[in-house]
Design a protein around this ligand. Sequence first.
Ligand code: PXG
Length: 290
Amino acid sequence: MPEIVYLNGEFVPREEARLSVFDHGVLYGDGVFEGIRVYKRNIFRLKQHIDRLYGSARYILLPVPISREDLIEAICETCRRNHVEDGYIRLVVTRGEGDLGLDPFACRKPGLFIIASSVQLYPSEFYERGLPIVTASTRRFNSAALSGRVKSLNYLNNILAKIEAIHAGVPEALMLDQNGFVVECTGDNFFLVRDGEIFTPPIYQGALRGVTRDAVIELARQDGIPVHEERLTLYEVYEADECFLTGTAAEVVPVVNVDRREIGTGKPGPVTHRLLELFATITATDGVRY
Ligand code: PXG
């Protein structure tokens, strides 16, 4: 349980960490955020998360009310004050308090808060047996409406797909774009393996550019495994030897069943295992120690 929250330049007890009901982050989902892992006091790939936060904010014309250096220090100090060894950081920038009305420029000052908490890990059976997933009928929103690279406070598109997964009795749902090409899952990027090579949808397809996705692509290439960023249909998914998801919470998690079609042998495969192993070698070192 996090006890101390960073809120607009101050460290306050969690009971006092409150936002205005007039904050446009609450009224319109107008804001951006990051979810970051801490492994053994190492903030994993912090620079990449900070870059993505500033990139998301720039896209929506939201000035981040702090320099990168001060933000990094505020994140480290929030971790220190909460004695986080292994944990999870939620970093949020909201448009701030304004009026009833969309105009973001009527908001006086952007809000910034940082929560450093313990991490909720997925059950170990997810990794041992692999996940079943289903394709959601909810399509991923078009990048012409809002770039999928923006990690915004409005997750309704993903939440609708997540509800479909829960109704189907599975933990995740695969989302397609308007043309039926695979994009990503509700909170994870999607990969498949075919003949020892890795395939994942290109970012322009509408997915979030996952920090874990980038790390896994790098690790695979260093290990001599070819990685292709290519458009994928459900045909390629059903035919794959292996599938897996990547994300800050999940790391690398095998998928063994999609829409009731068994993938490969129906068990987590060797390439997925290898990537999990490689990923574990960088988690406690690749980032910022506090
Ligand atoms: N796609 C989407 C839509 C996401 O929200 C990812 C892919 C994976 O990106 P990273 O950078 O994490 O490898 C995400 C990330 C949460 C939570 O609280 C969700 C994410 C990250 C952290 C926490 O559900 N999603």
